[in-house]
Design a protein around this ligand. Structure first.
Ligand code: AR6
Length: 180
């Protein structure tokens, strides 16, 4: 789908292979790596990413849920990585959806500040952190759409939702199709 000058689409695959200006990692507050997509990004991107994460933590402390920071992409095809910390799902009792929306909003703001043109999101919080995939997909797409409606002079021309698992991919395909 398209909102003004920005194309929104989904892709089935591994985000470490995606060649957008920036990819968005589903990190944890320590910013020091972990499993899932975080592990894959640090493994493929190499030690420069962790070096920069460490410096950020030394400077400003650990990263709160909903916030985001940017580092080099190291050896990845993407130039940069935005590390954002999604909420752990606790049955919707802890304002998780708003926290997840904040991850998308803050990541877009950081990309915009750097004048980037393309961004790929992983499906934040839908793995280890247990967020229901359909609810997460709807919130993500709605928040991203809202951002572009409210930011008509954006530098971002392309947004890709990269889904490793088929369930997330089908959810995004349907959501994007139904909004065309
Ligand atoms: N490319 C694209 N998507 C991926 C990849 C990949 N290479 N690998 C996994 N996914 P998760 P979370 C998808 O658990 O739920 C980490 O240990 C996966 O299918 O990576 O936010 C962090 O350090 C799922 O849909 O992130 C944190 O401690 C999605 O990425 C914690 O897990 C998110 O799954 C964060 O948990």
């Amino acid at each position: 789908m398209r909102i003004k000058n920005t194309e929104l689409r989904c892709e089935n695959g591994d985000i470490t292979k995606v060649k957008t200006d920036v990819i968005v990692n589903a990190a944890n507050s320590s910013l020091l790596g972990g499993g899932g997509v975080d592990g894959a990004i640090h493994r493929t991107g190499g030690p420069l990413i962790l070096d920069e994460c460490r410096k950020i933590v030394d400077r400003q402390g650990s990263c709160p849920v909903g916030e985001a920071v940017i580092t080099t992409g190291g050896k990845l095809p993407a130039k940069f990585v935005i590390h954002t910390v999604g909420p752990v799902w606790s049955y919707g009792k802890n304002n998780e959806e708003e926290k997840l929306r904040k991850c998308y909003r803050n990541s877009l703001k950081i990309a915009e500040d750097k004048q980037l043109e393309s961004i790929a999101f992983s499906n934040i919080s839908t793995g280890t952190y247990g967020f229901p995939k359909e609810t997460a997909g709807r919130a993500a797409l709605d928040e991203v759409k809202k951002y572009f409606i409210q930011t008509p002079d954006t530098t971002i021309r392309e947004v890709v939702f990269v889904c490793l698992d088929d369930e997330n991919f089908e959810i995004y395909e349907e959501l994007l199709e139904s909004e065309k």
